[in-house]
Ligand binder design. Structure first.
Ligand code: ATP
Ligand code: MG
Length: 539
């Protein structure tokens, strides 16, 4: 139904796609996976016509409609909520706009045109558009009193739901989504999983979320080496079989190595033998061939993420007293007291993700609390990975070397050689270090932000959802580095494994104070007393 022919994409010397030929078949859900920077978002932009490939074509069957989940949460800020949803069906919205314009300029001639448009409008179930949109919004938890509000008045979590409704509106034949679960809470992710699992039309979705991929995909499309390969089954099935394939390849490789040794032995033994030298030479050629034939390793790489503190912090880390913050609609947290000790690795959690982000913003002085105070120990230094990093990448004139240089601490670190070495370890080698900071993929931006943090050599790390956008290799590298870090960590993550392996203390922020336990994440969740508190403290 959706066909890609001879597609190639190149940025400078970097080849993202090389003569890709592939098809997306009606009714399947394709999970697109691949390393950060492999070209997943670029591929989706090409499918949806937002970007032209270097060469090749994309063809959508005649009469089929495609829709894309917008990632820009501010794109519809000037529109009312309900209208934003209806705009998801572009054609319908266009006809409605034509009719409205013709009515505004009323004449007999226009009356005829209006009639024609109205027939089309009716065929597209236009009269029910608003009520259908309203039903959809209500399903997604957007209450009716918000349907006529302007998008700009809503918070991020609500916007995501509305943009989802927009993408799903009018039942598109192909639905395209790029990392849709990133800004969603568990509840909405579960809703989306359930929705997509029962959705009949074609879905093409990029995600690094294993649970989500397993729940929704009928096929996995792996982007590697400039090609796209479809495998039927969900993510776990793909992962298990690809591990098996890799093992088999490794075994075959071992055999090749054995063979190579055998051959070398053969050459050594017979090279002196003039009578057999001719044979030895031809075997030598075979050895060269064997080298060339070595298996191609996966192009996924692990960044070298290492956090080292310049100096150790003293005993005083962070003291928080009576801190409270509320938005116009809700109390995020109230009257919290926290005392952090050196070496604490605290997972901050809350049923309301805004509460946690607000907490980080307050203690890094990016936001003011309504009341209360906090004090960092004098020997502490902090580095912070915010949830939203867009402000750091607005200046598109900087290449990655210059971008990182902004955060250098010493003369040596300002040197190009140093910066290049640093970037190389974070998998931006050679030419890659010269690209502009505003073309980076989502995961690449996070890798840059982590580099910035590493250069700061702080003894306190604050990380708000660091695994968002990262590929599995980078998540693993980051996970290990936090386990090994000697300082104090305050972090928040949706990744269960990550929380369980890093945290030795859990602090839950609620509208009625905190729940605070020295425990692993699993112990915390299983604790019956905690369960009881959780039930009481959110009301
Ligand atoms: N205009 C451009 N010029 C140069 N390089 C570019 C340009 N646009 C994108 N790139 C590079 O192309 C690569 C692919 O980017 P893309 O956003 O498609 O990656 P992705 O697979 O979606 O990664 P992620 O998992 O991090 O979201 C990246 O390395 C990116 O830096
Ligand atoms: Mg991307």
């Amino acid at each position: 139904m959706l066909t890609v022919s001879n597609l190639s994409v190149q940025f400078g010397k970097r080849v993202l796609f090389d003569e890709v030929n592939t098809k997306f078949v009606q009714g399947n859900c394709y999970g697109i996976i691949g390393a950060n920077g492999a070209g997943k978002s670029t591929f989706l932009k090409i499918l949806s016509g937002k970007m032209d490939p270097t060469s090749g074509h994309v063809h959508l069957e005649l009469g089929k409609r495609m829709s894309v989940l917008t990632q820009d949460h501010y794109a519809f800020d000037n529109h009312p909520v309900l209208e934003t949803v209806v705009m998801g069906n572009k054609e319908l919205f266009k006809i409605k706009a034509e009719i409205d314009a013709l009515y505004a300029d009323y004449s007999d001639e226009n009356m005829e045109k209006i009639g024609e448009f109205q027939v089309q409008f009716e065929e597209m179930d236009g009269w029910n558009a608003e009520s259908n949109a309203a039903a959809m919004l209500s399903n997604l938890g957007i209450k009716e009193d918000l349907h006529y509000s302007s998008m700009s008045e809503l918070d991020g979590k609500q916007k995501v739901r509305i943009l989802l409704a927009q993408a799903l509106f009018g039942n598109p034949d192909v639905l395209i989504m790029d990392e849709p679960t990133n800004d969603l809470d568990f509840e909405t992710i579960a809703w989306l999983e359930n929705f997509l699992a029962n959705y009949d039309n074609t879905v093409i979705v990029v995600s690094h979320d294993r649970h989500f991929l397993d729940a929704v995909c009928t096929h996995i499309s792996d982007i590697d080496f400039g090609k796209i390969n479809h495998y039927s089954g969900n993510y776990t099935f793909w992962y298990e079989s690809s591990q098996l394939a890799a093992k088999q390849r490794a075994q075959r490789n071992k055999k090749a190595e054995d063979k190579k040794k055998e051959l070398e032995e053969f050459i050594r033994r017979f090279s002196a033998n003039v009578a057999k030298s001719k044979q030895a030479t031809s075997r030598k050629k075979m050895i060269e061939k064997l080298n060339v034939d070595e298996i191609k390793p996966s192009s996924r790489r692990y960044p070298a993420i290492i956090f080292k503190a310049e100096r150790e912090a003293g005993d005083q880390i962070l003291n928080v007293e009576g801190l409270s913050i509320a938005t116009e609609e809700e109390v995020l947290f109230k009257d919290i007291d926290i005392n952090l000790n050196r070496g604490d690795k605290v997972a901050f959690i809350s049923k309301n993700s805004k509460a946690v982000s607000a907490f980080y913003q307050i203690i890094t002085e990016n936001k003011k609390a309504n009341s209360g105070k906090f004090n960092w120990g004098v020997t502490t230094t902090q580095s912070y990975l915010p949830l939203d990093n867009s402000a750091y990448f607005q200046d598109g004139s900087l290449n990655l070397i210059d971008w990182l240089r902004q955060y250098a601490q010493t003369e040596e670190e300002r040197e190009e050689v140093f910066l290049r070495g640093f970037l190389g370890k974070m998998i931006f080698s050679g030419e890659e270090a010269l690209k502009k900071s505003n073309v980076l993929s989502g995961g690449e931006k996070v890798r840059c932000m982590l580099s910035r943090m590493m250069m700061k050599r702080a003894n306190i790390l604050l990380l708000d959802e660091p695994t968002n956008h990262l590929d599995l290799e980078s998540i693993q590298a980051l996970n290990n580095s936090l386990i090994n870090f000697k300082g104090t960590i305050l972090f928040t993550t949706h990744d269960h494994e990550f929380a369980q392996t890093v945290a030795n203390r859990i602090i839950e922020l609620t509208p009625n104070g905190i729940i605070d336990r020295y425990a692993s994440f699993d112990e915390y969740l299983a604790d019956p007393k905690v369960k009881e508190l959780r039930e009481r403290m959110y009301v």
